[in-house]
Design a binder for this molecule. Structure first.
Ligand code: NAP
Length: 476
């Protein structure tokens, strides 16, 4: 049994109580984590505040060097980190289309190096006989990072590295369902960074750790990835000291397939972007609208692929999809499936939990539902896809945009010009053509409407960890 401790001011910190971390492939605990509380948050924020004065003044090139060293440390520990990610999330080491723990750790390494190389140079707005006007970017202070369970290490990296790169110090709180790989990352980072620059506080289910961070007067900004409901609570709790916020929240992304596609060629791609990580990715395709002329052929092809997909323990090399990450999410998937059945959904494959230990659910394709049914309107965050028939393209764009969310969306077609025009009519932060959910470290990513506030990645994402200081120097 692994023991996960907190890390505050460069020191490992144990708590009087612990909580179990479950391997979703077995339903049994494989680690015990320290049950922190609001007092640990206070200690971590104090340490981060003390470290800020040194870290924010550290020369840029030195901060870059240390972050590259951290990227190299992650790479040196890649097999260990992959196993931890698989044990705590259930995602396979390799996974469907290579989307698994290897990608999570590999992506974390790549994001660290690319973000380390980003810069925010001084902008000169005016430089004439009268005055020189410059825009400077300053770090904010202590950043609080609160992460979810679906991509725990990758999302921790997405939060922590740009915050540090910009000169902030950080307190991170991982999900109580998946704190293990994050704890190892923080430990590796603390062998490289000065004490207090990156601190970890873990909390059990329902603990006061997350709320204490959201309302803490010593934290200047919260970067949060998780559900829209929790995002709202964090926004309200942060009002006390007008916290800066980046909120990456839920999505219920639509994909729209035009009638000109080759069904056999496109179906495997659609299946991959929907079902990788069992659909437990914010920007997975979650509602698939298919033109009536190819609807039955597409449904049959998707069901054939789903039925041949290998579901099992993520530690086994042949596994393409692992278990659902936790019992509560499995119960939500079962509830949405039951509602879909009651609403006349035609189950083409799957539709049930696998017998035996662990939180396994068969990949499921449901035809004949429409907007207004729960499986179409709510984010399932599981291996369950509604395929919805449409006949008019303007009408289907309006249906896609009916959602309160606006994370991503996609158009699938051989006519790239028309597809790009239609993609721009989708109300979402990222619109893809013949792709869905693909992100990269230099392109901004974020949600519109109730999918979030702000963006991550690239120089746009980095700028969110800074405030602007305008400097005006009069010359006459
Ligand atoms: P969640 O239930 O909102 O939890 C996320 C984090 O918030 C956890 O660390 C949780 O701690 C913490 N938390 C809970 N209540 C809090 C409070 N009152 N104050 C401060 N922190 C609090 O989300 P999840 O179920 O882990 O993640 C799934 C959701 O995340 C989905 O909706 C998905 O779409 C979304 N997501 C979005 C993105 C994106 O980039 N837009 C990426 C990934 C996931 P505990 O676990 O300890 O309760």
């Amino acid at each position: 049994m692994k023991n996960i401790t907190m890390l505050i001011d460069g020191q490992l910190v144990v708590a009087t109580a612990t909580f179990p971390v479950i391997n979703p492939a077995t339903g049994e605990a494989f680690a015990q984590a320290a049950a922190g509380n609001a007092a640990h948050v206070d200690a971590a924020v104090d340490a981060a505040k003390r470290a800020f004065s040194g870290w924010s003044k550290t020369p840029d090139a030195e901060r870059q060097r240390l972050l590259h060293a951290l990227g190299a440390a992650l790479e040196a520990h890649m097999p260990e980190l992959m196993e931890l990610v698989t044990l705590e999330t259930g995602k396979p080491l390799a996974g469907l289309n290579g989307v698994g723990a290897g990608m999570e750790v590999g992506g974390s390494i790549a994001w660290t190096h690319v973000t380390a190389d980003l810069t925010l140079p001084v902008e000169v707005l005016q430089d004439n006989a009268e005055a020189r006007v410059e825009i400077h970017r300053k770090p904010l202070g202590v950043v609080g990072s609160i992460t979810p369970w679906n991509w725990p290490l990758m999302i921790a990296i997405w939060h922590v590295i740009p915050a540090l790169r910009a000169g902030n110090t950080v307190v991170i709180k991982p999900s109580e369902l998946s704190p293990v790989a994050t704890a190892r990352f923080v430990e590796l980072a603390n062998a490289i960074l000065p004490p207090g620059v990156l601190n970890l506080v873990t909390g059990a289910a329902g603990s006061d750790v997350g709320p204490a961070m959201a309302s803490h007067p010593g934290i200047a900004k919260i970067v949060f990835t998780g559900s829209t409901a929790t995002g709202r609570k964090i926004m309200a709790a942060g009002a006390g000291n007008l916290k800066r916020l980046t909120l990456e929240l839920g999505g219920n992304d639509a994909g729209i397939v035009l009638p000109d596609v080759d069904v056999k060629a496109v179906a495997p791609k659609l299946f991959g972007v929907t079902f990788h990580n069992n659909g437990q990715t914010c920007a997975c395709l979650k509602r698939l609208y298919v033109h009536a002329s190819i609807y039955e052929e597409m449904c049959a092809e998707l069901a054939r692929i789903a039925a041949s997909t290998v579901v099992g323990d993520g530690l086994l090399p042949e596994t393409q999809l692992g278990p659902i990450q936790n019992a509560m999410q499995l119960a939500k998937v079962e509830e949405l499936a039951a509602d879909a059945r009651a609403s006349g959904g035609r189950f083409l494959c799957g539709g049930k939990r696998r017998a035996g230990p662990g939180y396994f659910y068969e990949p499921t394709i449901v035809a004949d539902l429409s907007d207004g049914s729960r499986l179409v309107d709510e984010e399932p965050f599981g291996p369950l896809l509604p395929v919805i028939k449409y006949s008019d393209v303007d009408e289907v764009i309006a249906r896609a945009n009916r959602s309160l969310n606006g994370l991503g969306g996609s158009i699938w077609s051989t006519d790239l010009v028309r597809a790009a025009e239609l993609a721009q009519r989708l109300e979402c932060g990222t619109a893809w053509v013949n792709e869905h959910g693909a992100v990269q470290p230099d392109a901004p990513f974020g949600g519109v409407k109730q999918s979030g506030i702000g963006v991550e990645f690239g120089s746009h994402g980095l700028a969110e960890y800074t405030s602007i200081q305008t400097l005006k120097i009069m010359k006459s």
